[in-house]
Write a new protein. Structure first.
Length: 177
């Protein structure tokens, strides 16, 4: 055994580095696959936090902070888009939203819109709980989009529905003798 020959050490070191890199890639793949099976933003944030706690190597930490967090923001923006589409589908086509027939027209519509607001509020609260991740580049855009939709929904309740309701009351008073 010649201690001057370092081939064994070099092979061992190179093989070790390759194996660690392979394990990092597998771990990153598992992280991304997990987000495909998560159905709510609350669960996605919880998963992200779990992966953040488990990440110890720099490459994995960066992956969790960047790519995995972007996946959560994708889910948040998809939730906002879905609420926008649902709202537009019923308000622009003057269709009755899914609500019990026992609800009055204007109050029922306000309750339905309030349920949409509650839905996006829960999602936003989950996003704000991601304080363990450094501020992501998509955070401000996502919150801005949320606030824009919230303003539209609030405006619909306070202006459109309220004005329609007061108009129907005043028209009802004029028709009585």
């Amino acid at each position: 055994m010649d201690f001057k020959i370092t081939k064994w050490g070099d092979d061992y070191t190179q093989n070790f580095k390759e194996q660690v890199k392979s394990i990092e890639n597998i771990y990153n793949t598992i992280i991304m696959m997990t987000f495909k099976y998560v159905s709510t933003i609350e669960d996605a944030v919880e998963m992200l936090e779990n992966f953040h706690v488990l990440a110890k190597r720099t490459n994995v930490i960066n992956f969790v902070n960047d790519k995995a967090a972007a996946e959560v923001y994708n889910m948040f923006e998809a939730e906002i888009k879905e609420v926008e589409d649902i709202f537009d589908n019923f308000t622009h086509k003057n269709k009755r939203p899914p609500m019990p027939f026992s609800h009055p027209a204007f109050a029922g519509m306000a309750i339905w819109v309030k349920s949409l607001i509650h839905r996006i509020d829960r999602a936003k609260e989950s996003i704000l709980q991601m304080n363990f991740i450094p501020k992501h580049e998509r955070h401000d855009k996502a919150i801005e989009r949320y606030e824009k939709l919230l303003k539209i929904l609030d405006s619909h309740i306070s202006k459109s529905e309220f004005e329609s309701w007061t108009k129907s009351i005043s028209e009802g008073d004029k028709s009585e003798p």
